[in-house]
Ligand binder design. Structure first.
Ligand SMILES: O=C(O)C1=C[C@@H](OP(=O)(O)O)[C@@H](O)[C@H](O)C1
Ligand SMILES: C=C(OP(=O)(O)O)C(=O)O
Length: 437
């Protein structure tokens, strides 16, 4: 099992880029695969999660070429052109891939089965299966978990579905099935969640209408292939936003980051905590806004994170908890029970790691209370178990900027699921870390 050994350092500085957005990369493969024509993707995230989706789409008969680094050419087979895979599709570590594929495969004429790694096999799948069954899909899970078995040949009908949890994955699964349904599919969100599916569907020529928290999709006759540029993944930039804020260096610039407002709740949260952030050089990458983010060291203060920001920062909480441990006063996170069903239980696993490094924190059913130490070392150093969760592993490397001793982080191979090259990028930002088998 591989480990990171991270030595204490004081300053993070420099200019870095993070790899392509994971959510956008998955969706580009799926929508490109069922479009008519060739979809060219630039800035594609070549991580294990997205490569698993690529393999799955290939197994369903889509020819996908990789003409260059971070470039993908998807030869779409049209909405009715997918064919049965000869084996169960292994979605690796990714809840997004499994839930979106469940939606996509519900509309096909053939049977499919979805499996994943040991973490994914424990994650709840009924949240996607339930609305899809209401549409007429035939889906079986094992006690609510994978394997997900989807029977083909169902006639789907559009539904009006109120999401019980704020989940972009469930919303997207329903919309993908809606492409194959008779009539309009409407999804109502209890809170705004990431809208990459909606933006990308529009780019592929699908009639989709968003107003007042309602997303309405009219089933298209076809999707038209297009060119896509994937922005840098905001969630991968989050570790460096925290690093730049808690360090004593001269500041960090993260270039080419996706700043879709349904993803950047962390910027608002850090701003409330007193962070020194500047979003500059605004531009677009296709349907997605992009910018460079400059972050300088700041005296952070503890806050109660506004609950409406939680879905807009859902993957950033492990990094945010590290920032909170360095802030002046108490930080409280509530309304974040979804953290318990990610790659690990991110509330329990982060609390375990923070305590192992001397941080005073209290686990809440839906979040955490953290007492920050604004002066000197916020962390003692010590041994952390990431429980195979990529975001936990990366978050604790950043703690080395305020740690008295070295930090050893176990079970870090999964960093490759979302952030290939993390070690090199972190080093270029000033962290001192090595990976050991
Ligand atoms: O739709 C997506 O691409 C994602 C949605 C979020 O999950 P939920 O929809 O389960 O909140 C997020 O945690 C995940 O990393 C990516
Ligand atoms: C929760 C995440 O992804 P997924 O749900 O796709 O596994 C993540 O990347 O933090």
């Amino acid at each position: 099992m591989s480990h990171y050994i991270v030595q204490p350092v004081q300053g993070a500085a420099g200019s870095i880029r993070v790899p392509g957005d994971k959510s956008v990369s998955h969706r580009a493969l799926m929508l490109g695969g069922i479009a008519d024509g060739v979809t060219e993707v630039r800035g594609f995230l070549e991580s294990e999660d997205c490569l698993a989706t690529m393999k799955a789409m290939s197994a369903l008969g889509v020819v996908i070429e990789r003409p260059g680094v971070q470039e993908v050419r998807v030869r779409g087979v049209g909405m009715k052109g997918l064919r049965a895979a000869t084996h169960a599709l292994d979605m690796g570590n990714s809840g997004t891939a499994m839930r979106l594929m469940t939606g996509l495969l519900s509309g096909q004429a053939f049977d499919s089965e979805l499996i994943g790694d040991s973490s994914l096999m424990q994650r709840p799948m009924e949240r996607a299966a339930t609305p899809l069954r209401q549409m007429g899909a035939r889906i079986a899970t094992l006690n609510g978990r994978p394997p997900v078995k989807i029977s083909g040949g169902s006639n789907l009908n559009g539904i009006r579905y109120e999401l019980p949890v704020a989940s972009a994955q469930v919303k997207s699964a329903v919309l993908l099935a809606g492409l194959y349904a008779k009539g309009t599919t409407t999804v109502i969100e209890p809170a705004v969640t990431r809208d990459h599916t909606e933006r990308m569907l529009l780019g592929f020529g699908c009639a989709i209408d968003v107003a007042n928290g309602e997303i309405r999709l009219e089933p298209p006759a076809r999707l038209n292939a297009c060119s896509l540029e994937v922005p840098g993944d905001f969630s991968s930039s989050a570790f460096f936003l925290v690093a730049g804020s808690i360090s004593r260096g001269s500041g960090l610039t993260i270039k080419g980051v996706g700043i879709n407002p349904t993803r950047t709740g962390m910027l608002d949260i850090l701003a409330l905590m007193g962070a020194d952030l500047r979003v500059v050089n605004h531009r677009t990458a296709g349907a997605e806004p992009v910018a460079d983010i400059e972050v300088r060291p700041a005296k952070l203060k503890g806050i109660h994170v506004p609950e409406h920001l939680v879905p807009l920062a859902i993957d950033e909480f492990p990094a945010l908890f590290v920032a909170a441990a360095c802030a002046d006063g108490e930080t409280v996170v509530t309304g974040a029970e979804e953290l318990r069903v990610k790659e690990s239980d991110r509330i329990a696993v982060m609390a375990e790691g923070l305590r192992a490094m001397g941080v005073d924190c209290e686990v809440l059913p839906d979040g955490m209370r953290i007492q920050g130490r604004p002066e000197g070392h916020a962390f003692s150093g010590g041994k952390i178990d990431s429980h195979g969760d990529h975001r936990i592993a990366m978050s604790f490397t950043v703690a080395s900027l305020r740690s008295a001793g070295p930090i050893e982080i176990a079970d870090v191979a999964n960093v490759a699921t979302s952030f290939p090259g993390f070690l090199q990028t972190a080093r270029s930002a000033g962290l001192d870390l090595v990976e050991r088998p």
